[in-house]
Design a protein around this ligand. Structure first.
Ligand code: GLA
Length: 387
């Protein structure tokens, strides 16, 4: 299987793209990681817990002050002049425009900037490339304005840029791990209370890309979110004070099934059981019990497949091959409808497990999946520019 090893530094790429595009050196640079969510899918907009890990792969933003706004990405190398107050263009520049608008709202935007973006993250692979760019841009552009925002401010700017400006029905998981990631740890983030707790994750995990891109802006996540909001309204007829779907317990599910249409009851069942699994998974990880953790991941994948309708055959197959060949666990990660599978395997067995996954995938789908490994890495940071 082609395992892409990315030793390139996104900040070096962004900084040299800046120099070649603008014939000057950037004044500041910042980078933020992508993520895999170990478990806790579609719980972050339902008040439940999530358990993400920051990836070694990152997106870097290099910036310098300018009259007006000029953006360039390593994806195509074309400099675009952008008007912040004009309607969005429905391309990657929207994320930067969203960040600038939200920084302006808190008085933390520079008057204008040249901005270069480069990333070692695949786009549309369910690894949160959008939070990586918005969190890195919020950090770099606020530094350019002479401001040091707190992690909570960076998260809020990035979340509003994506949710309110670009219009994606996301929760706050991706921005939170992009800001708070730390080497050797996963993050248990209770989205209902806002509590965050680091859980040791010293090992490696594998990411197997399905090669099926998801585009959150096409409304899939919005539909699921709207279904959950409707389900919450109906549940409040039974439990008037209910704040979030994740506050229900598994004992409440028979009443939900009796009252709600079958598709909405299934969404609720996923959210409630996933909330339960995620807290158990955090405990299992803390104890180093990879057997139980892996089993919970597979249960979580099944719940996404049966109750949430968010898996795809390629992801189901990768999970099946992984489990047939000795992985601890595997699960589609991120919003779904495409994206990547996270695989946990004993490190000394991982090469064999990954080779078996590749062979099974090739036989079933006639192409090679891309896979790579990572350790838990750090969150957003200012980058030093080399002289
Ligand atoms: C996307 C969103 C997240 C979360 C996941 C599903 O990645 O950006 O906020 O809702 O989907 O768990």
């Amino acid at each position: 299987m082609p395992t892409t090893v990315t030793r390139l530094s996104s900040v070096r790429l962004a900084s040299s793209l800046f120099e070649s595009s603008f014939s000057s050196r950037p004044a500041v640079a910042a980078s933020a990681p992508g993520r895999v969510n170990l478990i806790g899918e579609h719980t972050d907009y339902n008040g439940g817990p999530v358990l993400p890990v920051a990836l070694e792969r990152r997106t870097a933003v290099a910036a310098g002050v300018e009259d007006g706004w000029f953006f360039v990405s390593a994806l195509d190398g074309t400099v675009r002049g952008v008007e912040i107050d004009r309607p969005l263009r429905r391309d990657w520049t929207d994320y930067l425009v969203g960040v600038v608008r939200e920084l302006r709202a808190i008085g933390a935007a520079p008057p204008g900037a040249r901005v270069a973006v480069a990333s070692t993250l695949p786009i549309g692979a369910g690894l949160s490339s959008s939070a990586a760019i918005t969190v890195a841009a919020a950090k770099a552009l606020s530094l350019l304005a002479g401001r040091r925002l707190t992690p909570a401010q960076l998260i809020e700017v990035a979340y509003r840029a994506e949710h309110d400006q670009v219009g994606v029905g996301c929760g706050r998981m991706d921005q939170t791990i992009a800001a708070h990631g730390a080497p050797g740890t996963a993050l248990l983030f209770e989205t209902g209370s806002g509590a965050i707790q680091r859980v040791p994750f010293p090992g490696r995990l594998w990411v197997v890309e399905t090669g099926v891109a998801h585009r959150l802006t096409e409304g899939y996540l919005d539909r699921r979110r709207a279904e959950c909001e409707r389900a919450l309204e109906l549940c409040r007829e039974l439990w008037p004070g209910l704040a979030h779907l994740a506050d229900l317990s598994t004992d409440d599910l028979p009443a939900v099934a009796a009252r709600l249409p079958a598709d909405l009851a299934a969404r609720v069942r996923h959210v409630v059981t996933e909330t339960f699994r995620t807290r158990l998974a955090a405990d299992a990880l803390a104890r180093g019990d990879f057997g139980q953790l892996g089993w919970l991941l597979v249960e979580g994948h099944e719940s996404l497949r049966v109750d949430y309708g968010s898996t795809i055959p390629e992801a189901d197959a990768i999970v099946e091959f992984a489990m047939d060949h000795g992985a601890h666990g595997a699960r589609l990660t991120g919003a779904g409808g495409g994206g990547s599978v996270v695989v946990l395997a004993p490190e000394d067995e991982s090469a064999r497990v990954l080779a078996e996954i590749a062979q099974g995938f090739r036989e079933r789908f006639g192409r090679e999946p891309v896979a790579w490994s990572t350790r838990a890495a750090s969150g957003v940071r200012r980058e030093t520019l080399r002289g």
